[in-house]
Design a protein around this ligand. Structure first.
Ligand code: FMN
Length: 213
């Protein structure tokens, strides 16, 4: 199938991108509204894309009315948000946080999460999440109906036992994030495998030795 991508309608492009660029990590984002109520919503157009500064990005579509989603409105108004990562244990509650609730109601109460105060920003983190990143809004870009929010991570909470303090790598079997496929479909990270480039490195060495000769 060959697709003239720039001739498609935005919704068609969305469906193709969202079902093929998978699995996507999920950011369950906490923000605080003008009324002081904590908002939580999942975003899978999300990733970590830099370390100096430490950059995370999420993108939120607008509502059918054209209004920005609460997460974007709050992040722009306060300049702060918290990214909570999602494992199997909190998958079902995370999915519940996507329900459209009025700004005077918190998704956190609806699904039964609890929150813990953050260190550097006002929005709290989700206590049940294995990893949370406190972020300050760095840049906001407006693409038609999409808002791209770029945040700088200023503090990280990682549940004890997940990271090896010596290597700062994840310890095997300690963290089971889920990925988003499309619509209400998800996958686990239960199957990991390792690759070794030794064979290709040897082939490259042999070929460059032949060229030099
Ligand atoms: C797993 C998952 C991922 C989602 N990813 C996005 C996304 O990347 N961008 C987006 O605009 N909406 C996304 N949504 C939908 C929002 O979570 C939903 O519109 C939510 O009600 C927004 O809440 P808010 O108005 O409180 O910000 C996703 C929903 C789910 C369940």
């Amino acid at each position: 199938m060959e697709i003239e991508f720039d001739a498609l309608a935005p919704l068609q492009r969305y469906k193709i991108l969202a079902s093929l660029v998978v699995p996507r990590p999920i950011a369950l984002i906490c923000t605080v509204g003008e009324n002081g109520i904590v908002n939580a919503a999942p975003f899978s157009f999300f990733n970590a894309l830099g370390e100096d500064p430490a950059i995370v990005i999420f993108s939120a579509d607008s509502r059918a009315s054209g209004a920005a989603k609460d997460t974007v409105r709050n992040a722009l108004a306060t300049g702060e948000f918290v990214v909570n990562l999602v494992d199997e244990a909190i998958a079902e509650k995370m999915h519940g946080c996507a329900v459209d609730v009025p700004p005077e109601m918190s998704e956190i109460d609806l699904v039964g999460f609890t929150t813990t105060p953050s260190r550097r920003v006002r929005p709290p983190r989700i206590a049940q999440s294995p990893v949370s990143f406190e972020c300050r809004l760095h840049t906001h870009l407006d693409f038609n109906t999409r808002h791209l929010c770029i945040g700088e991570v200023v503090w990280a909470h990682v549940r004890e036992g997940i990271l090896d303090p010596a290597t700062l790598r994840r310890l095997p079997g300690t963290y089971r994030p889920i990925g988003r496929l499309y619509a209400n479909r998800y996958c686990t990270t239960a199957d990991e495998f390792e690759l070794d480039n030794g064979g290709y490195a040897a082939k490259a060495n042999a070929q460059s030795a032949i060229k030099k000769f």
